[in-house]
Design a protein around this ligand. Structure first.
Ligand SMILES: [Zn+2]
Length: 147
């Protein structure tokens, strides 16, 4: 009986305090793509397609204002430009600078093969649509170039 009582008290007052920092990680409401998926999107071929989507009235701004790094749609160009200046976007770009984690890296770290530190990328805010289109038309290596 005494045991049960202490258990109840615990769940009422302090139960979830310790893991509160994990709530953000497990939240799925605002879940966007993971970093490795975005690295695929940053290839010029995919980025070009993402920034030139056909009009879709189910998403904000009819899919015409997309941030590749954050995998988010914005209502208009102004909102998108404002988003580029936010902490959220900058933090995301910083996180994207390192090469996504792969199974190969895990193997190397575990002593199989020689360890090579993950590559660093130079990540810049996406160019506007006209600039991207001209870059896209000039590049021949559309699968590898990262915007
Ligand atoms: Zn962004």
């Amino acid at each position: 009986m005494a045991k049960k009582k202490s258990c109840n008290r615990k769940s009422k007052s302090h139960s979830h305090k310790k893991i509160s920092h994990l709530h953000k990680i497990y939240k799925t409401k605002r879940k966007t793509k993971d970093h490795d998926q975005i690295h695929v999107d940053l290839k010029i071929k995919n980025a070009y397609e993402l920034l030139n989507q056909s009009v879709d009235n189910d998403v904000p701004g009819a899919a015409q204002n997309y941030c590749v790094h954050c995998a988010r749609y914005f209502v208009d160009e102004k909102a998108l430009k404002e988003h580029f200046r936010t902490k959220l976007h900058k933090r995301r770009m910083k996180a994207l600078e390192t090469e996504p984690y792969t199974q190969e890296e895990a193997k190397r770290a575990a002593g199989m093969g020689s360890y090579v530190a993950p590559k660093k990328f130079e990540i810049k805010t996406q160019p506007d649509r006209q600039t991207l289109t001209s870059i896209y038309q000039e590049t021949t290596d559309k699968d590898n170039m990262i915007i």
